[in-house]
Write a protein that binds this ligand. Sequence first.
Ligand code: SAM
Length: 453
Amino acid sequence: MSAVRRVYRARRITCFKAENAPPTSLWWRCSSSCHTGPNSQVHKRHKKERLSCKPVLDHFEQQYSQELGDLWIPARSVLLDPHSWQYGVMLNRFTAVTDITQILQSQGFSKFLPQTDVSTLPCEASLSVSSSKYQAGEDSLLSSHCISKCSPSDSHPQPGRSSNANSPDLKSESLVILSHPSLQCYIHPYPLRFPSQAHRHGQLKQYYLLNAASLLPVMALQVRDGDKVLDLCSAPGGKALAIMQCATPALLCCNEPDPHRRDRLAKTLESFLPRSLNSRVIVSEQDGRCFGQSEAVTYDKVLVDAPCSNDRSWLYSCSSQQGEQRLKERARLPVLQAQLLRSALSAVHPGGVVVYSTCTLSSSENYAVVETVLNDCPGTEPEDLWEEIAIPLSKYFTFSPAHPGHRETLHNPPLQPQNDLVSSCHRRLGILVVPQPGMTWGPMFLSRIRRKN
Ligand SMILES: C[S@@+](CC[C@H](N)C(=O)[O-])C[C@H]1O[C@@H](n2cnc3c(N)ncnc32)[C@H](O)[C@@H]1O
């Protein structure tokens, strides 16, 4: 065991302040009305204007019109209209969710993740995806097993596949990699916000609300049963929960140095995970930059969901002064982000992977950080998420793989064959989800790097 000061916080069942969730019948009614479309009466009645912060908007305008080209104007219209934002509902596999599923479906929500019909997969392919089964309602884990042995209810017929995927082989391979039968997220075509769930004494919460693009870094991490996983920047814990929906790692170390945010993280874990997982899911309080030394060559997979200039919230900085202050901090972020990414690459085993993600559109916090670290760290290699994630999920998200100056999008592929190599190199640095009207998910950048030796 390393000398790290690792804090294990016993996840006691505490009574937190109940959130103001309306009773089922009320939100049902609200949802029904909202369901009539984005222009419904209910929607208009609840509309409260939030003022954007001018210095931040001006800064974004200048930077993103250059970096994103044509994608910026529609992205800006989404960022400036919080009432257009969509929310995903991630179900908690550690609870019984049948009632919630029925309500979601009756309100027009549908599952968004591709779920492969395992009966159509070759045996080796289905063997590559293992699924931990947890018996909802009981505080115990059943042993891991291959999805081909799961009951029919575990293999949901998949919703639409991307029409952009070219080769059937590639399509089915990508779907196998992406399929996590136990990770279930529902989305709605309209910006309808399902109410968050109040604390229920002695009971786990059934679902977690999130930006559906937040699941992509977790999917890219490909956590399998028995992996040792580090979530380097973990609070408030949405991605840690998503990891626990995908598989049962031998260890998930959730690290968060900020004490207030760490409390929130501990509460999230306590509200969603059964006590039987207490020994596998631990909370640590280190500066993430230290892990590379204190826990070198320890983990199979590390997620670096880095502190970043969160475009959505920064745009609504409470005053111009706060906005200006944040823009100053913004310039310093890439140094911290690169340090965290280097630390993660040292903490992972040779052969292991690090996923780096942010929720900003800013190229200097995304591609530039990845490029800098790859140059500094021989023996590391970026992996192609374009084929694995962007193509199969292009129906749900608008992806841009491009560096500034290489404005290729999924709907505007390179025409010149000689550009293919360049594009492929840029794609390997990462993919970016750009919010667009009707598909308001993101911003989310993700990149996967494998440590070779
Ligand atoms: C984008 S948020 C993480 C969100 C989280 N992964 C989730 O899905 O809920 C980034 C987090 O990194 C934390 N952070 C800031 N500096 C850090 C550092 N030096 N080491 C580790 N984490 C840090 C912040 O406090 C913040 O909670």
